[in-house]
Each structure stands twice: as C-alpha cells, then as structure tokens.
Design a binder for this molecule. Sequence first.
Ligand SMILES: [Zn+2]
Length: 51
Amino acid sequence: MIKVKCKYCRYKIEKPRWEHIVAQIRRDGGNIGKNICPSCKKKGLRLDWGD
Ligand SMILES: [Zn+2]
C-alpha cells in the first residue's frame, strides 16, 4: 500500500495504486503534484511507498 500523510494536520490516505492516490487527493481538493494537502491546504504531504 502507498500511504500519504500530512505533516501539519491529520489528513491521511492509503491506496494500493499511485493513480488512486492522485485521484483521491484531487477529489478531496488537494494537489499531489504541488504537494498541497486537501485538508489544511499547506505543503505538508509526505509519501510512504511501503515495501
Ligand atoms: Zn494537512
């Protein structure tokens, strides 16, 4: 699973595929390309690709 967390707030998602991460963050109102958190709108997204 790929995990994305925000270091400034409690926003957190977990998806099996990168495309799902991108789509979910866009749907939530953020932007993974610009590292914008959908919840707090700060540049706080942190990626964890798992193993
Ligand atoms: Zn945030």
